[in-house]
Design a protein around this ligand. Structure first.
Ligand SMILES: Cc1cc2nc3c(=O)[nH]c(=O)nc-3n(C[C@H](O)[C@H](O)[C@H](O)COP(=O)(O)O)c2cc1C
Length: 375
């Protein structure tokens, strides 16, 4: 008999979690790693639109490459470069290795990291360890805990959120908004009524900053303004053009013979606001720092995001293959991204990250159309 576990009943009110439900969650987490690794679930018909952002070449940079400083400050934490490893995983033994490799590389390069959705960590020490390993490997990194907006709406309480934060000694809490994914996921929970009020409650009751992100469909200026009013510390637009969660869930639904959900995922595969469009409109609308993620694949693209006003650029999928291999592999991918980022700084004549923010850029169509549509 599992008694005394009622506080973990947010998954379905009034029902105690059974052992096999732990397995279901672990299997879902494993699918969330395996499908993006083994199948093409990237955007098909849309892009980040970062190809429409052109930085101006400076033939007289008047700086030495070796003297360029890529470091930056985000929420009072110092980063070696404005790069954050975006949320990926936890909750299954395979995830422990991924989180350990990501965190060890982040520690070495002094970068930040967001953990994958953490509700599984409430189901016992074994699963909690698949997240806390990140703090073990990255004792000094900026590490963010992660929960879903849908779980908040379904009653995940503040004490449990505090527990999730404590498990990893998190410096911030990320709340992910994923209405499309919840809609397509065969066992999804498309319950979004009251999410904003719950976020507001958390910003009042927690003593660490709260960052709200999407998972690949983008955040609009209207949503960003509501989040700012709820006192969030930062917003990650996580726009369209990279990993498609509609795509991942569509593949899972197909495997589970849930054909209606699979079709839904196909239809909405490319749904969302392209990352560059979301970034530009959100930076213009709010005062809080904005993180750009969703489809950022190179240091040049990361630099374009900083030039558009992002505080940090986030990446998930580009680090995934390396993270299942080794910490050295992750470090090598990140080093390449940072090198290309620094090269961009050199070529626009930016000595510091703040110079890159002020560099001139040209924006062409079709990104321009998005901006003209949203004055
Ligand atoms: C394998 C994988 C797992 C992910 N899991 C989560 C998650 O648990 N929570 C979350 O907030 N976002 C999750 N994401 C979304 C990313 O954090 C990011 O917002 C999105 O994938 C866009 O970035 P990308 O195109 O660089 O992958 C995941 C992405 C990938 C690729």
């Amino acid at each position: 008999m599992r008694r005394g576990n009622d506080k973990h009943n947010y998954i379905q009110k009034g029902r105690v979690l059974k052992e096999d439900e732990k397995e279901v969650i672990a299997k879902r987490k494993l699918d969330g790693l395996k499908i993006p690794l083994e199948q093409d679930v990237q955007a098909r018909a849309t892009s980040t639109l970062l190809e429409c952002v052109h930085l101006i070449h400076n033939a007289l940079p008047e700086i030495d490459f070796s003297s360029i400083d890529t470091s930056t400050t985000f929420l009072n934490y110092r980063f070696g470069a404005p790069i954050i490893i975006d949320a990926m995983t936890g909750g299954t033994p395979e995830a422990a290795k991924v989180n350990a490799n990501l965190a060890a590389a982040a520690e070495k390069l002094n970068l930040g990291m967001v953990l994958g959705s953490q509700r599984a960590a409430l189901l016992g020490e074994e699963l909690a360890g698949t997240y806390s390993v990140a703090r073990k490997e990255g004792p000094n990194i900026f590490l963010a805990a992660n929960i879903g907006g849908a779980q908040l709406a379904r009653g995940l309480n503040v004490d449990d959120v505090k527990k999730l934060i404590d498990i990893v000694k998190a410096d911030a809490l990320v709340v992910h908004l994923n209405p499309l994914q919840e809609l397509i996921q065969p066992e999804g929970e498309p319950t979004y009524k009251g999410v904003l009020a719950r976020i507001r409650e958390l910003t009042k009751q927690l003593n660490i900053p709260i960052i709200v992100k999407e998972v690949g469909c983008g955040i609009s200026k209207e949503v960003a303004l509501k989040l700012q009013l709820a006192d969030v510390a930062a917003i990650n637009v996580a726009g369209a053009g990279g990993t498609s969660w509609a795509g991942i869930e569509s593949q899972r639904a197909q495997n589970m013979k849930s054909l209606q959900k699979a079709e839904l995922g196909e239809t909405f595969w490319d749904w969302g606001i392209p990352t560059a469009a979301a970034l530009i409109e959100v930076v213009k609308a709010v005062k809080v720092p904005v993180i750009a993620s969703g489809g950022i694949r190179t240091g040049l693209e990361a630099a374009k995001c900083i030039a558009l006003g992002a505080a940090l650029s986030g990446m998930a999928y580009p680090l995934l293959k390396a993270a299942v291999t080794s910490k050295e592999e992750v470090e090598s991918v990140l080093n390449k991204i940072i090198l290309h980022f620094k090269a961009t700084m050199f070529l626009v004549g930016a000595q510091k990250v703040s110079d890159l923010r002020n560099t001139r850029k040209i924006i062409t169509h079709p990104l321009r159309d998005w901006l003209e549509e949203s004055p």
